[in-house]
Design a protein around this ligand. Structure first.
Ligand code: AMP
Length: 398
C-alpha cells in the first residue's frame, strides 16, 4: 500500500471519494464547509502534483434518482471558494456525461461528479456500477472517513478496480493513525471517557476498551444504569432497565482486567427536563423520586479531572450531561477544558470522537486545543468497537 506523500500523481486522473455530505439551507447554500476544508489537503496534493482531481461524494438521502435539493451542483461555489479554483461539474457520476467532463480536464484541474446516491447501486455496493465509476480514474483515493463504515460501491467495492493504484487520502490516513494511537497506545496511563445518553449504544465500545485502557470514566445518562444496577436511587433519571445485568457484568469485567472504572459520585439533578428547571446537587445514588440527573456534579468533575491530568493518552466520546442546555453543560465544559489542559501541560495525546463530544468541543471553542478531533461519527464509533471498516479494509487488502 502506498502513502499519499510517496506518490507523484502528475498527469493522472485521480478519482477521490470525499465526504461532501454537507448541510445546506433552504436556498441550497452550504452552511458548514468543515468537510470540504477537511478534504482540501488531499485534493490540492493531486492538483499541485499536476494530476487531475475528480471528486465524488454522496449528499443527503435521495430516493434513488435525481432530486435537485441533493444535487452536488449546489455545493460547487463552496468547493470553489475553499480550493480557490474553478470546478468542472459533471451532471452524472458515470457514463458519457462524466467522461465528457473528465476528458476535457487539464492537468491541475478539479472536477466534481454528481451525487453517487442518485443511483441505488451505490448503497447496494453494486460491482458493475463500481466499475462504471472506476472508468473515470487511473488512481483511486479514499478520503471519506465519514462513510468508511459503509461497504458501498464508491467507498469499498471500487477498490478492486485499482489493484495497485489505490490509497488513503490525508484525512483517512490521519483518522486511521490517530485511532490506532489511542487503541494501541504505549503512552500510559491510557484513559477513556465515555458519556452520552444510552449504555446500549456503547456496550461494544466499552468491552473493546477494557483490554486497552487503564482508566475508564463513564458518565452522561448512561451512568445511571450502572448506578441503579448497584442498588442506587436514581429517581427519574434515564435508565435502561434491560441493561442492568450487562452493567454489572461490565463492572466485574473491569475489576478482572484491572481497569479503574470510575462512575460519577454526584449529580446535578433537576425536577424537569428543561433549562429553567429547579436544580440541586446530590450524591449520585440518592436522587429523590421525581428528580433526574442531567449533569455530573462538582465532586465528580474533580475526580475525573484528577485522572485526566495524570493520563498520557485520552479518548473522549459522549457528553457528561445534557450540555445543549447551559444549566447542565458545566460537567462537559470542565472535561473539555481538562483535556485541553492535559494536552498542553502534560503533553498528553487527546482524541475527541463520535458525534456529540465533537459538537461540544466545537461549541466551547476548544477543538484546536486537543490533539485530534475525528470527523467521523458512526465510522469512529465502529472503529472504537474494534471493527475494521470496509472502506479501510478495501484499500489495505492485497
Ligand atoms: P449519545 O448520542 O449517546 O452520545 O448521547 C448524546 C446525548 O446524550 C446528548 O444529546 C445529551 O444531551 C444526552 N445526555 C447526556 N447526559 C444525559 C443525562 N444525564 N440524561 C439525559 N440525556 C443525557
Amino acid at each position: 500500500m502506498y502513502q499519499i506523500d510517496q506518490v507523484n500523481l502528475k498527469g493522472k486522473r485521480v478519482l477521490i471519494r470525499v465526504d461532501f455530505n454537507v448541510p445546506l439551507n433552504d436556498n441550497l447554500q452550504v452552511t458548514d464547509d468543515t468537510r470540504i476544508r477537511a478534504a482540501a489537503k488531499t485534493i490540492l496534493k493531486v492538483t499541485n502534483d499536476g494530476g487531475k482531481a475528480i471528486l465524488m461524494s454522496h449528499l443527503g438521502r435521495p430516493k434513488g434518482g435525481y432530486e435537485e435539493k441533493y444535487s452536488l451542483r449546489n455545493i460547487v461555489p463552496a468547493v470553489s471558494a475553499v480550493l480557490n479554483k474553478t470546478i468542472h461539474f459533471a451532471d452524472d457520476c458515470i457514463g458519457e456525461k462524466a467522461a465528457a467532463i473528465v476528458n476535457q480536464m487539464q492537468d491541475g484541474d478539479v472536477a466534481l461528479l454528481e451525487n453517487l446516491r442518485f443511483y441505488k447501486e451505490e448503497e447496494g455496493g453494486d460491482e458493475f456500477f463500481a466499475g462504471q465509476i472506476a472508468e473515470n480514474g487511473d488512481v483511486y483515493i479514499n478520503d471519506a472517513f465519514g462513510t468508511a463504515h459503509r461497504a458501498h460501491a464508491s467507498t469499498a467495492v471500487i477498490a478492486k478496480f485499482f489493484p495497485t493504484d489505490r490509497l488513503f487520502g490525508y484525512l483517512m490516513e490521519d483518522e486511521v493513525k490517530n485511532i490506532d494511537r489511542v487503541l494501541n497506545s504505549n503512552q500510559t496511563p491510557v484513559t477513556a471517557i465515555i458519556g452520552g445518553s444510552k449504555v446500549s449504544s456503547k456496550i461494544a465500545i466499552i468491552e473493546n476498551l477494557m483490554d486497552r485502557v487503564d482508566n475508564l470514566l463513564i458518565a452522561g445518562g448512561m451512568a445511571f444504569t450502572f448506578i441503579k444496577a448497584q442498588k442506587g436511587k436514581v429517581g427519574s433519571s434515564l435508565v435502561e432497565n434491560d441493561k442492568l445485568e450487562i452493567a454489572l457484568d461490565l463492572i466485574t469485567m473491569a475489576r478482572n482486567k484491572n481497569v479503574n472504572l470510575l462512575l460519577p459520585t454526584d449529580a446535578v439533578i433537576a425536577d424537569q427536563f428543561a433549562a429553567n428547571a429547579n436544580t440541586k446537587i446530590t450524591s449520585i445514588g440518592s436522587i429523590p423520586d421525581g428528580w433526574m440527573g442531567l449533569d455530573i456534579g462538582p465532586a465528580s468533575i474533580e475526580s475525573f479531572k484528577e485522572v485526566i491530568l495524570r493520563s498520557k493518552t485520552i479518548l473522549w466520546n459522549g457528553p457528561m450531561g445534557v450540555f445543549e442546555m447551559e444549566t447542565f453543560a458545566k460537567g462537559t465544559i470542565a472535561i473539555a477544558e481538562a483535556l485541553a489542559e492535559a494536552t498542553k501541560s502534560n503533553n498528553a495525546f487527546t482524541l475527541v470522537g463520535g458525534g456529540d463530544s465533537v459538537a461540544a468541543v466545537n461549541q466551547f471553542g476548544l477543538a484546536d486545543q486537543v490533539s485530534y478531533v475525528s470527523t467521523g461519527g458512526g465510522a469512529m464509533l465502529e472503529s472504537l468497537e474494534g471493527i475494521e471498516l470496509p472502506g479501510i479494509a478495501a484499500i489495505k487488502k492485497i
